[in-house]
Design a protein around this ligand. Sequence first.
Ligand SMILES: Cc1cc2nc3c(=O)[nH]c(=O)nc-3n(C[C@H](O)[C@H](O)[C@H](O)COP(=O)(O)O)c2cc1C
Length: 164
Amino acid sequence: MQMAIDNQRQAFRRLFGRFATGVAVVLTAENGATEGLTVNSLTSLSLEPMMLLFCARSESRSAKAILKTARFSVNILSASQQHVSRHFAGARAGGLSVAWDTHGAWVSIPDANATFLCEVDCVHPGGDHTIIVGRVEKILGPEYPTRPLLYYEGNYACLPGESI
Ligand SMILES: Cc1cc2nc3c(=O)[nH]c(=O)nc-3n(C[C@H](O)[C@H](O)[C@H](O)COP(=O)(O)O)c2cc1C
């Protein structure tokens, strides 16, 4: 019986991986230290007022920092920023040579395709994850995006075309 449940969970993960997404890094700064995580659970939620949400593991260290500061940036990555995604999805060992952009109390990733500076609006439980809803305070981004970083079936991907 347990086997069947494990199989169902595996199937849930595997088949959900067929939902191709972009990749974003959510960042916050606490006492000069930057914390963040890579997410693909990002969703726009409301236009009036402007709100977005993402889901983080309930045990997430970064989510705890985000809820403490009550402020975060969402940075939509380009295909050339795969190393940034890997960094914030991994052990954060070895550091990352990025000079963060700062906007008052927010930090963001330079050259992201879009950045949303948010205040935490509310939080909802969702099984083993927490749904974090942000009110968008400021939007930043280049006029023209470069090709986006994508995630599909557990692998990074990018749109076909000229390589970057
Ligand atoms: C493409 C991609 C998308 C991810 N999306 C999420 C997500 O939406 N929510 C989440 O909690 N973890 C997600 N992860 C895993 C986290 O980035 C990873 O577990 C990270 O180390 C969590 O850091 P934390 O312990 O500070 O929360 C994703 C990883 C990858 C590679």
